[in-house]
Design a protein around this ligand. Structure first.
Ligand code: ADP
Length: 625
């Protein structure tokens, strides 16, 4: 398996830029969570100092005068302080976690909304889909995604607060001097010793994060492997419980075979795999050295402070205060350095998400209202329309000129790949023409408000999908009017099936969320999809290969009732099965992106040199038409 690098390295400047953009996004989308996180970080950076200070006073008193009243006072204040800190901390944590509940959903929603806003042609673009898949894998694997700026900047704030307060409480340490009685230990007051001590403290705090940053960077560079193996695990690890292919798995013994991909020694997560090797080797060594360095230098600080106290520079209580404060400063400096490391190691993951959310939306969004007409007199015309998919060399449609007669039934026929579906997607304004224009009642459709324009069409696409709602909700695309839902279902020939359902239109589709739910056959589900299009009651009804998964009886039923089903709507019927188009008023024949013929079935068939004639004869060999 090939090892892939996670990403291109970003410069420090770019990384900060990404972090700041992400933070602004978080602030806009989840201000409550940002505030609560910051509050928790600041509070947890400051609160330990209260305990440190009171304990120091208490120890001083114990080691000094031992005045019972003062001892009671300091002990009481220390207790009250600890109680208040715990209370406030619990309150802030709760605030943060309630805000956090919805954060992940909100982040998901950001991506879903983006998909809905995005130009449709980009939604279909495999590069865009892969981009999103990578985001999801980083998110579900190492958990690195948009929104991380909150944690990273939270670390910065807490580091700064820890350092400032800690330095404030340590200043007197450097000012207090060893009295003459301290003898040789007066050397500790020499500037060189102070500088050495400050240097050691700095080193103590800097070395661990530098080592850990290095370890983290190695892991970041391996994010590609992490993702790949997560994907393999996500697929092969659950193969045994995938009910859709349960029979194949048993009969072909696929689980064992899948172990090849999921549980072999090459897998980076295997105990003999890459990550384990790194943890036993370089990365493990870096982590261990980081922790050891921190302990060692921490010990030296302890030694220095104790020596000064022993020499009489300050009381025993101050030892606890200084050691604890210096440790807090050291951990603040550590956090600061690890912040700098994290900015660079996390920014590429955040950038991936931001880049996705910032994919430009280039389709012009008109504002014109679509006139509401009871007579359904909506006339659509294609004027010299050509369309090329982004990145494609050839035009999928070329110079299409076509006018829909209001209330008529148009069949669009042609071989696979001739441009029929592209034509429908242009008509519904899922794409904009590369050249030419499409007019609705004489006005370029780009000028209309897209939401209103979509209301003109009810489409059943080839790859329709039914969500696991109640039948009524599916057909009505909402709560809907039960009587009309039933009427639509019966119109498309679903009546018999409906009568067999104990809960009628209230039945859930699939058993995913209800044990009384029903699984529909492909043909039945397609009828429901057609009923949903009918319910929408739009001036245009479009059926894209509507009979592909219907059995011959159901197919005949749909044909017979097509006139009734479409009523006074303008209907467009796409099929590569010509026999299903005879009943349409007009047929447009597509060939390699062009409309090569147009007319009634009889007229087209009469042209023995035409494409329609050729297609008809080719299919007649298989069907008795
Ligand atoms: P039909 O519906 O007649 O089978 P399509 O409209 O689906 O034909 O396809 C017309 C042409 O456009 C084909 O060459 C097809 O490969 C190409 N095409 C369809 N969808 C895309 C897409 N999303 N990206 C690039 N090319 C596409």
């Amino acid at each position: 398996m090939k090892r892939t690098d996670a990403k291109k390295q970003l410069s420090r400047r770019e990384a900060f830029h990404v972090l700041w953009a992400d933070f602004r996004l978080c602030l806009r989308e989840m201000p409550g969570l940002v505030l609560s996180r910051l509050a928790v970080r600041i509070f947890s950076a400051v609160s330990p100092y209260a305990g440190i200070w009171f304990s120091a006073r208490l120890v001083d008193e114990l080691a000094g005068d031992k005045d019972p009243q003062k001892l009671m006072l300091w002990a009481g204040l220390a207790l009250i302080c600890a109680a208040l800190v715990s209370l406030a901390s619990a309150f802030l944590e709760r605030w943060q976690s309630t805000q956090g509940f919805t954060a992940s959903r909100r982040l998901h929603r950001l991506y879903t909304d983006k998909f809905l806003r995005m130009d449709y042609v980009k939604c279909e673009d495999t590069a865009v889909q892969q981009h999103f898949a990578t985001i999801e894998q980083n998110w579900s694997g190492p958990g690195r995604t948009v929104g991380d700026a909150m944690n990273i900047l939270g670390g910065l704030v807490s580091a700064i607060v820890s350092i400032l307060v800690g330095v404030g409480m340590t200043l007197s340490f450097f000012q207090s001097r060893v009295p003459p009685a301290g003898g040789a230990l007066q050397v500790l007051d020499r500037p060189v010793m102070l500088i050495l001590a400050a240097g050691l403290i700095l080193l103590a705090s800097m070395l661990p994060p530098l080592l850990l940053n290095r370890a983290r960077q190695i892991e970041t560079n391996l994010a590609g492997d992490h993702r790949l193996n997560n994907r393999l695990f996500g697929h092969f690890g659950y193969l045994g419980s995938t009910t859709k292919i349960a029979a194949d798995i048993r009969l072909y013994g696929l689980v064992k075979f899948s172990d090849r991909y999921n549980n072999n020694k090459e897998n980076t997560f295997h105990s003999a795999g890459l990550f384990a090797k790194l943890l036993r080797g370089k990365v493990g060594l870096l982590y261990a050295s980081g922790v050891a360095a921190s302990q060692l230098f921490g010990g030296m600080v302890y030694l220095y402070v104790c020596l000064k106290a022993w020499a009489g520079a300050f009381g025993i209580g101050a030892v606890t205060q200084y050691v604890a404060s210096i440790s807090r400063v050291a951990s603040g400096v550590s956090e600061l350095l690890s912040f700098a490391g994290k900015v660079r190691s996390e920014a590429p993951f955040i950038k991936l998400g931001l880049d996705f959310l910032n994919i430009p939306e280039e389709m012009y969004q008109g504002t014109l209202s679509v006139e509401k007409r009871r007579d359904r007199e909506y006339e659509v015309e294609f004027r010299n329309v050509s369309f090329r998919y982004p990145g494609a060399e050839d035009f999928a449609l070329q110079n299409v000129n076509l006018r829909f007669r209001v209330g008529s039934r148009l069949a669009v026929v042609g071989e696979n790949g001739s441009g029929k579906t592209t034509f429908i997607k242009l008509l519904c304004r899922l794409y904009d023409p590369t050249e030419g224009e499409i007019l609705l009642n004489g006005i370029d459709i780009r000028k209309y408000d897209p939401e209103q324009y979509y209301q003109v069409f009810a489409v059943v696409f080839q790859d329709w999908g039914l969500p696991a709602f109640r039948l009524r909700q599916i057909v009505a695309a909402g709560e809907g009017d039960p009587a009309r839902v039933e009427e639509c279902l019966r119109k498309v020939g679903f009546g018999e099936k409906l009568d067999s359902l104990p809960e009628g239109i209230e039945t859930y589709i699939t058993k995913d969320y209800d044990k009384h739910g029903v699984d529909l056959s492909g043909g039945e589900a397609q009828k429901v999809a057609i009923a949903r299009a009918l319910y929408k009651d739009a001036p245009f009804i479009i059926l894209d290969e509507p009979t592909a998964s219907l059995d011959p009886v159901a197919e005949a039923e749909i044909y017979e009732h097509f006139a009734e089903i479409s009523g006074d709507r303008t209907a467009v019927y796409i099929s590569h099965r010509l026999s299903s188009c005879k009943f349409c008023d007009e047929i447009a024949v597509f060939d390699r992106g062009r409309v090569v013929q147009q007319g009634s079935h009889e007229a087209l068939l009469a042209d023995t040199e035409g494409k329609y004639h050729a297609l008809w004869n080719a299919q007649a060999q298989y069907y008795n038409q």
